[in-house]
Design a protein around this ligand. Sequence first.
Ligand SMILES: Cc1cc2nc3c(=O)[nH]c(=O)nc-3n(C[C@H](O)[C@H](O)[C@H](O)COP(=O)(O)OP(=O)(O)OC[C@H]3O[C@@H](n4cnc5c(N)ncnc54)[C@H](O)[C@@H]3O)c2cc1C
Length: 327
Amino acid sequence: MNLPTYSLQELSRRNGQTMAEIWVGYKGMIYDVTSSELFKDGKHYFHDTGKDLTFEMKDAPHLDDVMAKFPIVGKLAGSEQIENHFSNANIHVETTPFIRLLERNKISADTYHLTFQKPVGFHFSAGQYLKFHVSIGNVEHKRSYSICSATNQSTIEFVVQLKNGGIVSEQLCLYAQIGDVIPISGPFGNFPIVESAQKELFFICTDVGIGPIRSMLLEISEKQMNFSKVHLIYGNRTKGDVLFENEWVKMQRTYPTFTYHSVFSRENFLLPFENAGYVHEVYTRLINDPKNCEFFVVGWDRMVHETKQNLLNLGVDKDTIFVQLYI
Ligand SMILES: Cc1cc2nc3c(=O)[nH]c(=O)nc-3n(C[C@H](O)[C@H](O)[C@H](O)COP(=O)(O)OP(=O)(O)OC[C@H]3O[C@@H](n4cnc5c(N)ncnc54)[C@H](O)[C@@H]3O)c2cc1C
């Protein structure tokens, strides 16, 4: 069947109030439910029409059979990726879950901030990551991306560095359209944070390594968790590369034990509280009592390995070093 494709925005206009037709999205398809008593007032229980209901109504009994009674009028934009999982009306639910892109902003020379709709029933812990499954031709490419948002939001956010020639980062940063769905797996990883007034926490990262650390900092600052000190040591080449700087500056005012240490390897003009060089010089200077500290280290290969080795040389217990290595 050669069906027209509609975006989420186009679907949203057919909600029973703005137009006579009432449509809903379900498993990549758009159904005309105008004739239905169930959707008559623009709602079915708590579910609005003019929306993609795949995940909202995933627990509804017999829904596949119910939807099969309505005519399919089109495809939802971005559904190509999930066509292999859903085949028209008599669909069987065995799904790779997916997330829908809502917004994308370029936030530094090579980094994009992506916001996705959080599927109903999806939960994660601060610091975890997802795998994105991107199909090009017949080949599926899986890459990991750390969630950078708070656990209690209705959206999930990521910061992705665009790699020239990088298969998945180019898809996410340049080619994916708003409304597209991307199959995922996860969440994966574990960054355990146990509250203790005696403990000093060190979050050490460079460029997009801030992602899972942002999620953790949002969590512990919102809950005002009690630690003797919390340090963010965040390394970048220049000031233009720093992500979410306003949040770190604000957090210093709202979360009393928190300190933001910015570090720049290629910046000519530094203020007195900014650091030149690499993250290593900063944590080395700050550690007083290695036995009462915990370390969360995130980023690319070299920085993570060097940091881990330096911490061990400083007498830090290996069980108190938690890393997320971007490879
Ligand atoms: C746990 C975890 C969490 C992560 N979280 C994040 C995150 O939050 N944000 C983020 O940006 N990244 C993150 N990453 C990294 C991410 O998973 C990808 O590795 C990264 O985006 C590159 O994937 P890609 O498909 O774009 O590049 P790939 O296609 O895998 O290529 C990788 C690099 O090799 C180069 N390359 C590819 N082909 C060639 C070739 N033929 N010749 C020469 N060079 C070539 C590319 O230019 C690119 O620089 C994370 C990784 C892990 C393991």
